[in-house]
Design a protein around this ligand. Structure first.
Ligand code: IPE
Ligand code: IPE
Ligand code: MG
Length: 254
C-alpha cells in the first residue's frame, strides 16, 4: 500500500497566501486503529499506512515552504495499549527511521525527537540519537517527532530542572519567567506551533504540547490519519488563513 503524492499539489496551491502560512504545524495523527478496523484489518495496519501519509506530509511541507512540522507519534498514555501493539509501534519507529534517514539527508530535513526518550527500547534510542546527529545541520524542514511524550510530564521535568538550579543558586526564584521556563522544555529550539491539526474527529489535546499550544489555531478533521492527504492539508491551511488570530486583543474585523 503506497500513497503517491498527488502531483497536482506538488507546489503551493494558488489560493493560499505564501506570506501567511503557519511557520510551525503540529499534528495529532489519530484514527489509525479505527481506519484499519473499518477495513477489516488489524489496528497495526493503520499505523503502517500512517507512515506513508506522514512521509508525504513532510515532503509537502518542504514543497510548500512550511519550515516546521511536529507530530505526535506515541504518548506517555499509549503504554496502556496491548503489548503487541506497543511492540509493533516501537519496531515500526526504528524500521522507518533506519529506512528514511538517507532521504531526510537528501531532502535537507532535520529530525528531532521530544519526550522521555530514556524509557524507549535501547536500539530505538540508538537510532534516534544517530538520526538527530546526522541531520543536525539540515535546514529546509525542522521535523519533530513526539515519542513517549506527555505535556504534563514535560512541564514536570522542566520544573524539576529549574528547582535544582534554584537550589544550586544558579537562578533566583523571582527570575523564573516564561522564557526561562520555555528554555527547559523539550521544544526549546522551536517556535510555538501556529496551527494544530487533529485527524479523526476527537476534540481534545490528549496531553500534547500543553504549554506550546497556548495560542495555536485548532483544526479538527473527521478524516482518519491514514487518509489524510495534500488536499486535506490544503483545506486545513485555507481554514487557518481565514481565521483572525487575536491573541486576547480586540479584532480588526470588529
Ligand atoms: C493514532 O491512531 C496512532 C497512535 C496513537 C500511535 P490510534 O491508534 O489512536 O487510532 P484510533 O484512535 O484507535 O482509531
Ligand atoms: C493521541 O492519540 C496520541 C497520538 C496520536 C500519538 P490517542 O488516540 O492516544 O488519544 P486519545 O486516547 O483518543 O485521547
Ligand atoms: Mg486514537
Amino acid at each position: 500500500m503506497i500513497v503517491k503524492p498527488s502531483l497536482s499539489l506538488k507546489t503551493l496551491p494558488p489560493d493560499l497566501d505564501r506570506d501567511r502560512l503557519p511557520q510551525h504545524v503540529a499534528v495529532i495523527m489519530d484514527g489509525n486503529g479505527r481506519w484499519a478496523k473499518r477495513k477489516g484489518m488489524p489496528r497495526i495496519m493503520g499505523h503502517q499506512q500512517g507512515v506513508n501519509v506522514l512521509k508525504d506530509l513532510l515532503r509537502c511541507c518542504k514543497d510548500w515552504g512550511i519550515p516546521a512540522l511536529t507530530v505526535y507519534a506515541f504518548s506517555t498514555e499509549n503504554w496502556g495499549r496491548p503489548t503487541q501493539e506497543v511492540e509493533f509501534l516501537m519496531m515500526l519507529f526504528e524500521q522507518v527511521l533506519r529506512r528514511e534517514l538517507a532521504e531526510m539527508m537528501t531532502e535537507n530535513v532535520r529530525i528531532r525527537f521530544v519526550g522521555n526518550l530514556a524509557a524507549l527500547p535501547e536500539s530505538l534510542q540508538g537510532q534516534i540519537a544517530q538520526s538527530m546527529e546526522d541531520t543536525r545541520d539540515n535546514q529546509d524542514v525542522a521535523f519533530t517527532v513526539a515519542t513517549n511524550y506527555g505535556g504534563r510530564q514535560e512541564i514536570l521535568q522542566a520544573c524539576r530542572a529549574i528547582a535544582q538550579k534554584v537550589q544550586a543558586g544558579e537562578i533566583e526564584a523571582e527570575n523564573i519567567d516564561e522564557s526561562v521556563f520555555e528554555s527547559h522544555l523539550y521544544t526549546h529550539e522551536l517556535a510555538n506551533p501556529d496551527l494544530l491539526i487533529r485527524t479523526s474527529g476527537e476534540m481534545r489535546i490528549s496531553n500534547f504540547l500543553l504549554w506550546q499550544l497556548a495560542y495555536a489555531e485548532i483544526y479538527v478533521t473527521q478524516t482518519p490519519w491514514p487518509e489524510f492527504d495534500r488536499e486535506e492539508f490544503h483545506q486545513a491551511l485555507i481554514n487557518y488563513q481565514n481565521r483572525e488570530r487575536r491573541f486576547g486583543k480586540v479584532g480588526k474585523r470588529l
